[in-house]
Design a protein around this ligand. Structure first.
Ligand SMILES: Nc1nc2c(ncn2[C@@H]2O[C@H](COP(=O)(O)OP(=O)(O)OP(=O)(O)O)[C@@H](O)[C@H]2O)c(=O)[nH]1
Ligand SMILES: [Mg+2]
Length: 389
């Protein structure tokens, strides 16, 4: 995400020399809303009854009957793209496209009708082998430079040998038997996943969503996908994406409504930092609702998982705790890690000087890292319980 960050630092520095702190303050707010206001659109298509709605419901974490769920029943096929997003979380929208149908199907016309440019990527679903029409669509998507994934659905009904070459070749045989200008079997195989929407933790469900997150661009769209589908994201990729924006949050704390903090040689917006750390906690699913949901999955009381959390602020988060931690980093007076060095010239121009920005960056960076470790510990614990260890 380097390019965009370099752009942000440049804009901050220009604003500081042009109009000082007040100019930077409005820019910081604008930068945050620029990042927060990104909406990513993802398309889900395939032949009728392959499980498009069920796939979307699983991505969104919708349980049966919940408001906003994609309808699964006969005669519910969509005639035009239908959007789905999580309530209160509009930054990623999954669209169920009208089904691909046999006779007279034109991939060009279809993509034009669904407004292909709108989507960051396409999931093409099939519950048996891929059809000529699905392959033609994939070929056209490659031609126009859109990422796509070939999803073999309902794999829970047909698990035997699903990872084997024969199985994959059978499902994708249309790519070898028919000639497509922009496609070959290797390209198709690299984008092939076997999924059950009834078991998001098994088969390739997570892998296909993480592939979408990893390959999406521009970086702000990738960031929005990682954050809004954080519960399906690879934790390291989520951390890396969050890290990029830590300096913006540090600058925010130093200049937007900062308050004096006992013993701290500069002012800080502790309430804001508290909210930011609370967000990290939610993103890594260390908050109580997420933990109790996970605990139910493994039929254990919540403390079995919460006991795995080693970070103090992961266990109990308070504004006082945040102030104390910030003071600790300020007293140590360490410099920022290598990846933040490019921010240093700008940090020196803050009212509290480099120490204020650098300490806040260290605070947020360390907590993000530790929360990620906690999240992995919880994941390992869940795996151990499921294995009966
Ligand atoms: N076993 C199993 N059944 C599934 C899976 N996904 C969907 N189904 C079932 O397949 C049927 C069709 O699912 P939908 O999600 O409605 O499929 P769709 O592609 O949206 O269907 P239309 O919109 O009507 O074309 C339903 O009975 C689902 O319960 C899956 O992963 N495993
Ligand atoms: Mg449907």
């Amino acid at each position: 995400m380097d390019l965009e960050i370099a752009g942000i630092i440049g804009r901050f520095s220009d604003a500081m020399s042009r109009g000082g702190i007040s100019e930077v303050a409005s820019l910081v707010k604008a930068e945050r809303s620029r990042v927060e206001s990104v909406t990513v659109h993802v398309a889900v298509t395939g032949t009728p009854r392959v499980g498009k709605s069920a796939f979307i419901n699983s991505v969104m974490g919708f349980k049966g009957g919940e408001d906003g769920t994609a309808p699964i029943s006969p005669a519910q096929q969509v005639a035009k793209p239908a959007p789905y997003s999580r309530p209160g979380n509009p930054s990623s929208v999954f669209w169920e496209l009208p089904s691909i149908r046999g006779s007279n199907f034109s991939s060009g016309d279809y993509l034009k009708a669904v407004e292909v440019d709108k989507y960051v990527g396409f999931f093409i679903l099939s519950s048996t082998w891929f059809t000529q029409e699905a392959a033609a669509l994939a070929s056209e998507l490659r031609r126009v430079g859109k990422q796509f994934y070939l999803i073999r659905t309902k794999i829970d009904m047909d698990t035997l040998g699903y990872r084997e070459k024969d199985f994959i070749e059978d499902v994708l045989h249309v790519f070898t038997t028919d000639y497509f200008d922009n496609l070959d079997i290797e390209y198709a195989t690299a984008r092939f996943f076997c999924v059950s929407s009834h078991h998001v933790d098994r088969f390739d469900f997570l892998k296909c969503i993480q592939a979408l997150q990893r390959n999406s661009s521009p970086p702000l769209q990738k960031h929005a996908l990682l954050l809004s589908l954080h519960y399906l994201a690879n934790k390291m990729e989520l951390r890396d994406s969050m890290r990029e924006f830590i300096p913006v949050s540090a600058v925010y704390s130093c200049i937007i409504d900062p308050v004096p903090v006992e013993q701290l040689p500069y002012q800080a917006n502790v309430h804001f930092l508290y909210k930011e750390i609370r967000l990290y906690r939610v993103l890594f699913e260390l908050d109580h609702p997420a933990l109790s949901k996970k605990a139910k999955l493994i039929r254990q009381p919540t403390f079995v998982l919460s006991d795995e959390i080693q970070t103090m602020m992961g266990r109990a988060l308070t504004e006082k705790g945040v102030s104390e931690e910030l003071l600790k980093w300020t007293e140590i007076n360490v410099s920022v890690s290598h990846s933040y060095v490019k921010w240093v010239p700008f940090l020196k121009t803050l009212p509290g000087g480099k120490l204020s920005g650098a300490s806040t960056i260290r605070l947020l960076d360390t907590i993000l890292e530790k929360f990620m470790d906690d999240a992995y510990r919880i994941q390992r614990k869940m795996e151990a319980v499921l294995k009966g260890e």
